[in-house]
Design a protein around this ligand. Structure first.
Ligand code: SF4
Ligand code: SF4
Length: 288
């Protein structure tokens, strides 16, 4: 049985200070770091025992996890397990990447976000090129606020053509984008209109809760990051009973890591094996 787990432990800190983020420059105490490490180690040990699964793990931390050696070690350990197909992580790409040399690289995935106010474009691009040269699958993206438009265009220009550059739509303000901006951003990311939509989801089939689950540091299972109701706990003996087909109870779903799991949108065909780290398996020119 295939299962993808979106893991989000207690970590809630970041080395960057983006104005649009609650974790900006937040620091944790030594006790909080120890708590996060214990939860992570418990999760990795549990994952190692699940040899009945074809497992994928996607780290979606509150903050930046890849700068922490414990997350680098967890990725290496997971990626080397025979029953683990993919280990991906959302990151600002400020961390070292040498740990990846201890992994089968095609099992890795980097969802790398560029934050123009926090690091020079050249430095971010250098890290992208390092990932590419090391053979680590990577998607690159930016939050599509007005202030980032020039940087988004420059990043597209500088990245190799085959690297997918996604733009996360700013959806907190209705009518935020002009038609011209939508056209410009769609020329860069052909899937931008899909991200710029809060997809009606109530009553619609969604694979989360069956083939994809969200797990926190205590092992609590939720079907996704956007439905708060727990459906089980991976540390209970009968945890697999939680895995059932369900429809969505929320009115809409507006985040890539959620709506990609609604089959009627057809995005499983677009992203295939690159679903978690957001790498389309269809050439970008064909998407456009
Ligand atoms: S890099 Fe990400 S986690 Fe860190 S402050 Fe910026 S948006 Fe938040
Ligand atoms: S459609 Fe979105 S909010 Fe609803 S269950 Fe799926 S991932 Fe969660």
């Amino acid at each position: 049985m295939k299962l993808a787990i979106l893991y989000r432990g207690p970590l809630s800190s970041c080395n960057y200070g983006c104005t649009y983020c609650p974790f900006a420059k937040h620091q944790e105490t030594a006790a909080e770091h120890a708590h996060d490490e214990a939860a992570l180690q418990r999760f990795v040990a549990w994952a190692a025992q699940q040899i009945q699964l074809e497992l994928s793990v996607f780290f979606t931390p509150w903050g930046e996890a890849l700068i922490r050696r414990r997350y680098q070690r967890a990725i290496v350990e997971l990626a080397n397990l025979p029953h683990v197909q993919k280990v991906a992580i959302q990151t600002n790409l400020s961390a070292r990447l040498d740990w990846a040399e201890d992994c089968p690289k095609q099992r890795l995935g980097l969802w790398a976000t560029y934050h123009p106010t926090q690091t020079p474009r050249e430095r971010f691009l250098a890290r992208c090129h390092e990932a590419i040269e090391r053979g680590i699958p990577i998607s690159v993206g930016v939050v599509g606020i007005h202030e980032h438009q020039a940087e988004i265009a420059a990043l597209r220009e500088a990245l190799p053509k085959q690297i997918y550059l996604w733009v996360n739509a700013y959806k907190r303000e209705v009518g935020y984008y002009s038609p011209e901006e939508i056209a410009q951003l769609t020329a860069i990311d052909p899937l931008f209109p899909i991200n710029n939509t809060r997809h009606p989801s109530e009553g619609k089939v969604c694979a989360t809760g069956e083939n994809v689950i969200s797990v926190d540091g205590d092992g609590t299972i939720r079907r996704c990051h956007f439905v708060r109701e727990p459906i089980g706990n991976i540390y209970n003996a009968d945890w697999q009973a939680a895995l059932q087909p369900r429809v969505c109870a929320n009115a809409t779903c507006g985040c890539h890591i959620g709506y990609i799991h609604m089959p009627h949108l057809g995005l499983q065909q677009v992203f295939g094996q690159g679903m978690l780290e957001r790498i389309p398996q269809i050439p970008i020119e064909v998407l456009g």
